[in-house]
Design a protein around this ligand. Structure first.
Ligand code: COA
Ligand code: ZN
Length: 303
């Protein structure tokens, strides 16, 4: 077998945040349970952001409490600022996903802050969270392409990483293709360079979207470059409401299938994942999961 990979399941957060009609809290909790039942351990359960910005996730505290009660999983929550951290910790968060964008255009649209303002906020948070406190993961949205600024040069992301990595050894940095515009050569180049420069002091994750159907190719490129943590959403649901034109996350069932074929352990139970993916797609207003594996699902009994 090749080196195992960790899948970070983001359907309950990235997947549902753009959905219009409010998904009942019990349905969100049922989704987290179904994902956990499929063997997904790392699950981004919700986000603590302004309910004015994302009304869909206004029930974050309830969803997190339910996720925390599921044995064996590590629920994380996305937080963009100090208020989010305070609310998350008060609700019992054990893992914080700090988030900001690599570009001013998207960071202003998404968080109403410049890159420098958000960086200062998040750096102060890292300094204050004790090393034996809640785990920290730091995501840079739009690390490859920005809906407002176009293609992002690797040097910009590497410069941000250089400063962020220095804050504390052992952090995990998720580099996100928020618009789904990246291609495998870009993914390979950025992660290759990031791991070469900072790999001894930090770990890296890839968060991809599938707007141009290159999501799974990008995941393969990230793995080849040495990334061992991949974000994906069951059913391929999701998208950032502050990134015009972006579509769903790379589908967890596509990612699990890829790694199955590559002989890479994910710990995910294939058939249970397909059921969870269908549930995710239904909650998101669809019928069946929208990952590219619908044809494979037809053969689920053979799998
Ligand atoms: N959770 C809940 N409320 C929050 C909050 C948080 N994390 N951060 C700020 N607020 C509240 C403030 O308490 C304040 O409330 P008040 O009006 O009752 O006093 C209000 O929001 C405005 O605060 P301010 O700091 O001025 O926020 P803002 O209007 O500049 O918006 C964000 C900034 C970050 C709060 C907002 O843009 C946001 O939540 N964005 C998240 C978008 C998102 O989740 N995108 C997808 C994930 S990448
Ligand atoms: Zn995303």
């Amino acid at each position: 077998m090749n080196e195992a990979v960790t899948i970070v399941e983001v359907a309950p957060r990235d997947g549902l945040q753009a959905v219009g009609p409010f998904v009942p809290t019990d349905d969100k909790i049922a989704l987290v349970r179904a994902l956990a039942g499929a063997g997904l351990v790392e699950i981004e359960a919700t986000s603590f952001v302004s309910p004015k910005a994302i009304p869909q996730l206004a029930d974050a505290a309830e969803v997190l409490a339910a996720a925390n009660a599921i044995p064996g999983i590590i629920p994380s929550v996305l937080v963009p600022n100090r208020r989010g951290v305070e609310r998350a910790l008060a609700a019992g968060a054990r893992k914080l996903g700090l988030v900001m964008s690599a570009t001013d255009g998207h960071n202003r649209s998404n968080l109403n802050r410049s890159v420098e303002e958000s960086f200062a906020d998040l750096a102060a948070i890292v300094a204050e969270i004790p090393v034996d406190g809640p785990a920290i993961r730091w995501s840079f949205s739009c690390s490859f392409h920005c809906p407002f600024e176009g293609v992002v040069q690797p040097s910009r992301v590497l410069a941000l990483l250089e400063r962020a990595v220095a804050l504390r050894p052992g952090l995990i940095f998720a580099l996100a293709d928020t618009t789904g515009n990246a291609a495998p050569d870009q993914v390979r180049a950025l992660f290759g360079e990031a791991i070469a420069r900072f790999g001894g002091r930090a770990r890296f994750a890839f968060h991809g979207h599938d707007t141009y159907n290159l999501g799974i190719a990008n995941v393969a490129a990230a793995y080849e470059a040495g990334v061992r943590e991949i974000d994906s959403a069951a059913g391929g649901i999701g998208g950032c409401p502050f990134a015009p034109g972006a579509s769903g996350n790379v589908a967890t069932e596509d990612v699990v299938w890829l790694f199955r074929r590559l002989g890479v352990e994910t710990g995910v139970h294939w058939r249970k994942l397909l059921d969870a993916a269908d549930l995710a797609a239904r909650l998101a207003g669809g019928g069946a999961a929208s990952g590219h594996l619908r044809h494979v699902k037809a053969a689920r009994d053979a799998a």
